[in-house]
Design a protein around this ligand. Structure first.
Ligand code: IPD
Ligand code: CA
Ligand code: CA
Length: 258
């Protein structure tokens, strides 16, 4: 099967899981703590099952890296990277900013990404070399080059209360440098907002491949740039993610070095 079908499968799985999540807003009953503030619910797990079984119907031999339970090693040339619910804390508080993220890594390169926000019915998707889209509309990053006029976004990892490098210093520096900083609570969606120009830049520490795989492709295909904090090449297992509209990249690298 060709990449068109990879994208179609990713999109259909994300839409199906997103529909399930939306129908279950306010209905999570089994709330468990993976850490002091890191939550998982039965909805995250069921959404993951929905995605994995949709993909397996078409590609039974592919591998999976999914956030909750499933880590199946099979054909390592094709690995689906899945966050069934990015923004679980928002979800359990009925704060409507969360998404489903599905991507395919082929021989080490992300080739397809789909990020679906079920509350706004917004589907961000991209295929390597073929541009990025919001629903049927092609998207591109903002053109802003002045940090003073920029709206940037970030997030804080679940180790924020204990980690020495907890991003608070960066947050203060960007508050002082930019027009506004947002912490909306879904890294994948934050990055897609860079892709469509709503945010001009995003940075976060300690993200996981399932948070960034789909969205990093979407940002790049929308004309943006994704690197580590020092501007060097980003890989989805790295612990620093900086995604910008390109024009603000060197300025944001400079601020992150303070
Ligand atoms: C979290 C969200 C949040 C980010 C955390 C992530 P989860 O993912 O993306 O915005 O700040 O670092 O872990 O746990 O809701 O899938
Ligand atoms: Ca996540
Ligand atoms: Ca998650």
């Amino acid at each position: 099967m060709d990449r068109y079908n990879f994208r179609k499968v990713a999109i259909e799985a994300a839409l199906k899981a997103g529909g399930y999540i939306k129908r279950n807003l306010g209905k999570a009953r089994d709330i468990r703590y993976k850490g002091e503030i890191n939550i998982v619910t039965e909805i995250d797990k069921k959404a993951e099952d929905i995605i994995v079984s949709e993909i397996k119907k078409v590609y039974p031999k592919h591998s999976f890296i999914a956030e909750e339970d499933i880590y199946a090693k099979n054909d390592l040339d094709f690995t689906w990277i899945i966050d069934p619910l990015d923004g679980t804390t928002n979800f359990i508080h009925s704060f409507p900013f969360f998404c489903v993220s599905v991507s395919l890594m082929r021989q080490g390169s992300i080739v397809v990404g789909a990020v679906y926000d079920p509350m706004r019915d917004e589907l961000f998707h991209a295929e390597r070399g073929k541009g990025a889209f919001l629903n049927r509309q092609r998207i591109c990053v903002s053109k802003l080059s002045d940090i003073k006029k920029a709206m940037v976004a970030t997030g804080f990892a679940y180790n924020v209360k204990k980690a020495k490098n907890n991003n608070v210093n960066n947050f203060i520096n960007f508050l002082k440098a930019s027009q506004a900083v947002r912490r909306a609570g879904s890294a994948a969606l934050d990055m897609c907002y860079v892709g469509c120009g709503r945010f001009d830049g995003f940075w976060e520490l300690y993200l996981h491949p399932w948070d960034t795989a789909a969205a990093s492709l979407i940002v790049e295909e929308a004309g943006g740039k994704v690197t580590k904090f020092d501007g060097s090449e980003y890989k989805i297992f790295d612990k620093e993610t900086l995604a910008t509209n390109s024009k603000l990249h060197s300025c944001m690298v400079k601020i992150l070095s303070k």
